[in-house]
Design a protein around this ligand. Structure first.
Ligand code: RFL
Length: 403
């Protein structure tokens, strides 16, 4: 039986079927629509779920430029806040880096991902874009042909089939696009950092005017502003521990200890409104294109959240993919699609390298590891170099804000 027979009769068609309405899928959808390409977005979640999902917040200067270029930056221009300082708190004291004045002189814009997703969605729908919510892609078949098909299950349980010229897999790490790649047709580079974070959202104003990175013998703690009344915190936690095992009192006590609040100032406490354990893992799929199925965003590569790169790469890749698809479908020029994977992988590996460096900068090595004292001495030296060396600071700033 061929793949087509398994899937059954075609019900719908679009030139480009986009799986997933995260930053990657929505930027791609908006750009294709603006260029007159017939496309549809298939999204598993409901609109309400999608626009309530808090995740990223730090948008790189390049991300803002991409969104600006295509008229998609109105919300973040109006409500986002520029940000350019980070503060390290370690056993050797505290230092701040005004990264906006270092390296290429670029800054972040802090704008919560769910607000960006809501803006992109509104823009897409107001421009007449097709999107199906509550529609879960099951599999993509016939990717070796110019008529790939996507089977979907609608929220009522009904199965349908979409036919396309290209399928853009923007459905994240656990999506149907990755599952549909033929075994043996790609390399899956994977790295588990062996570290877990308890990711928290507190209904409390930021406690410092900088991103806070605290390195402590008890483990890492992080502080990142989201809005004037909401702050994201991270606490390194034992692998396998449950988010619910932490009482609010214990969370604040641990944050204050690791961030050395008695020395550097108190934290603004408030109710913890979201919590989830994140295992720090990274992966890259190579190549990103398999015939008529092309990956972008987290579906292409997962980054540990240590350097806040995932959403930024997703936007960059979506722009590259949109340009390549428009050139192919509107002008018969397949050159961009032929080089898409190679071009994205250069950005992806640089972001992976920096994120990996950040993981090693921010975490003490577990005590039971025989090499722990040596690794910890290296980490302290790395932080010292970052505190004192202007060229190291320039390097950091360029990679921290850039993609
Ligand atoms: P998304 O945003 O996960 O969107 C994928 C969409 O696909 C849908 N989906 C499906 N739809 C149809 N059929 C299926 N079979 C489907 N399977 C999934 C999902 O419902 C979803 O709507 O992927 P995309 O577009 O590639 O964007 C990636 C970013 O969301 C991600 O990299 C960032 O959130 C990572 N990240 C951060 N990145 C930054 O650049 N800056 C940050 O400050 C930052 N902070 C973070 C983060 C990730 C975090 N988590 C989730 C660990 C903070 C956290 C806590």
């Amino acid at each position: 039986m061929t793949e087509s027979q398994i899937i059954g009769a075609v019900r719908h068609a679009a030139d480009v079927v986009i799986l997933g309405a995260g930053p990657a899928g929505l930027v791609l959808g908006n750009l294709l629509l603006a260029a007159g390409v017939d496309c549809v977005i298939l999204e598993r979640a409901t609109r309400a779920q999608l626009t309530a999902r808090s995740r990223a917040g730090f948008l790189a200067a390049n991300t803002v430029r991409v969104l600006d270029r295509h008229g998609l930056a109105e919300g973040l221009r109006r409500h986002g806040k520029e940000h350019a300082v980070c503060e390290f708190r370690t056993e050797d004291g505290r230092f701040r880096l005004d990264y906006g004045g270092l390296g290429l002189g670029e800054r972040h814009t802090v704008y919560p991902q769910h607000l960006l997703v809501a803006d992109l969605l509104t823009h897409y729908q107001q421009a007449g874009g097709q999107i199906r919510f509550g529609t879960e892609a099951q599999a993509v078949a016939d990717i070796g042909t110019s008529r790939p098909r996507v089977t979907v299950r609608e929220s009522g349980g009904r199965e349908e089939t979409w036919q396309a010229r290209y399928v853009a897999g923007c459905d994240g790490r656990h999506g149907a696009a990755r599952r549909s790649l033929p075994p043996g047709s790609f390399r899956h580079h994977r790295h588990d950092h062996g570290i877990s974070w308890l990711g928290l959202l507190a209904e409390a104003p930021p406690s410092l005017d900088a991103v806070g990175y605290a390195v402590h013998p008890q483990g890492f703690a992080g502080h990142m502003a989201r809005t004037p009344s909401v702050t994201r915190y991270y606490l390194q936690t034992e692998r396998g521990s449950a988010a619910e095992a932490w009482s609010e009192e214990r969370i604040w006590a641990e944050l204050e200890l690791r961030m050395r609040a008695t020395e550097h100032g108190p934290l603004h406490r408030g109710p913890i409104v979201q919590r989830a354990v994140v295992d720090l893992e990274s992966d890259v799929l190579e190549p990103l294109r398999h015939g008529s199925l092309i990956l972008a965003g987290d579906a292409a590569s997962l980054l540990s959240p240590s350097a806040a790169k995932g959403a930024n790469l997703a936007v960059l890749e979506a722009e590259l993919l949109a340009e390549a698809l428009v050139a192919d479908l509107m002008h018969g020029d397949g050159g961009g699609l032929a080089t898409y994977s190679e071009r994205c992988l250069r950005y992806i590996w640089r972001a992976q390298e920096f994120s990996n460096w950040m993981v090693r900068l921010l975490h003490t090595t577990p005590g039971h590891d025989a090499g722990a004292p040596f690794q910890d001495a290296l980490r302290r030296s790395r932080l010292d170099s970052l505190r004192t060396s202007r060229s190291h600071q320039d390097w950091f700033a360029e990679h921290y804000v850039g993609v």
